[in-house]
Each structure stands twice: as C-alpha cells, then as structure tokens.
Design a protein around this ligand. Sequence first.
Ligand code: PMP
Length: 290
Amino acid sequence: MTFPVYWLNGRIVPPAQACIPLTDHGLLYGDGVFEGIRFYHGHALRLVQHIERLYRSARALCLVPPCTEGELTAAIEETIAAFDGPDGYLRVVVTRGAGKLGLDPKSCARPNLFIIADALAMVSAEVRARGARVIIAATRRLPPDGLDPRVKSLNYLNHILARIEAANAGADEAILLNAQGRVTEGTADNVFIVRAGALYTPPASDGALQGITRALVIDLAVELGIACTETSLTAYDLYTADECFLTGTGAELIPVREVDGRALTSSPGAVFARVQQAFKALVRRECARG
Ligand code: PMP
C-alpha cells in the first residue's frame, strides 16, 4: 500500500495543504497543461521528452511555467524519492493560476505548478491478459484547427465523454475518430494494429497526441525488424486487423481483443508479445541503472 506524494510550488506538502485556489483558471476554464510520467526502479522513463513536451505545450498557450526545465527535473526527482515504492506514476500540472472571473489570462499573476506521485492501473490484470474490449466512440476527437492535438492541455472533456460511452457499453476503452472518420487515438493512449506481421499506426496529423510511448514503440519495431508504417486508418481497419494494441504512459501496452463486438483474428498475438517483451527490456535498460 502506497500513499500519494504531493509537490506544490516548490516543496512537498502534506495532503491537507495540497490545494490550489478556487479562482485558478486551470479549474475554471481548463487553462493549463500537464504530463503523465511513469517511473520504474526509482527513475522516470523518457523524462527529457516529457519535460520538453510540457514546455512546448505551455509555450503554445503563452503559459510560462514558474520554474526552469532543470528545476522541474529536480522537483520530479525529489517527488519520486519521497514516494514509498520504486514504481509509480507522476502527474505534472501547470495551471494558469489564480485570477479574476473571465477568460483573460492576464489577470492570473502566477501559474501554479504541482506534481502528484501515485500508483496508477488503467486496466485490471485480467484485461491486460485477455485483451481489452474497445468501442469506437460517437464522440469525435477535437479537430486540430480547434486545438492542436500536440498540446497536452487540461481540456479532456470529449475524451471523458468517449470513456463514458465505453463504460455504458460495458467496454474497457473507446477509440475516437476525427471529423473525417479516421482513427485518431484512445481516450488516453495511441493505437497500433497488426496486419500480416506488420505494424500500422495513424499519423499524428490525423489528430492524435504525439505519444512518447508511441514513438518508443516505433523505435522498438525498427530494432525488432518489424515493419511499422504511419498511415490513416478507419474503423474497417480496426475491425479486420489481426492484432491491435494501445500505448501510453498510463496504459503502458494494452492488447485489444475486440472492437465494436468484432473479435480480432489473433489478439493478443505474437507481434504484441514481442513488442511487449522489448518494451519491458527497454524499461530495465533505461531505468534500472542505480
Ligand atoms: N493520447 C492521449 C489523448 C493521451 O492523453 C495520452 C497519454 N499521455 C496518450 C495519447 C499517450 O501518450 P504518451 O505515450 O506520451 O503517454
């Protein structure tokens, strides 16, 4: 049993003090950015990439985090060290800060920065073993000309609506299409399919977040000699895939066994098993060094 650790604006604080004001525009308007980061063996996986993405997301919103990238790295290390366990999940959030009512961010003098370390299991061990049942949500992904999907912002409402659709349908996860009907991503994960031994994943330009786990899986495929192509996919491609799996920091790698009631031919399958094994080896290589 582990307890969450909270770091807020410069220091670790007890749970009762882990609070931000009601007038924070992150709360009032979803005005802020965040990262989810996993640590294994006490070391954050792909920390540089996560911090860079956070600062890029913030820059796109004219939001200046209240510390340097180096200071944030130190804060993350301090939070991991205070957590009672070698493995866990970090949520790093920068909000616009407290301000007046009304959208104008100029009234917010100082962004709030906080980190939560906790355990996170996106699905049960049983779902991981047998494969997830997913639906294609009626809720579409926000169009890139509305909000660029590379910005990892605090606006997740349409993903939450898709997740509610999944729960109402008795499924484990939902996949969102874009306005043109192309596959984008899951509610908090990217999508891969396998056809005739080769991997396919939608290009980020179809509307997905540029996932750090997705990039890592593409690299692993090269190492393993598995062809991997970024190409637009439709519901049909998911229904007729041999295998399908989801990737994300929270999700790690989750096999999919069924899409909209269609059982996939051989999922969880051999390609997933190879990628999964290579992912575990990479985690050991990159994180178990101390
Ligand atoms: N898409 C969305 C919408 C997400 O929230 C996440 C989780 N951050 C992902 C994809 C997976 O990205 P990553 O591998 O960088 O965690």
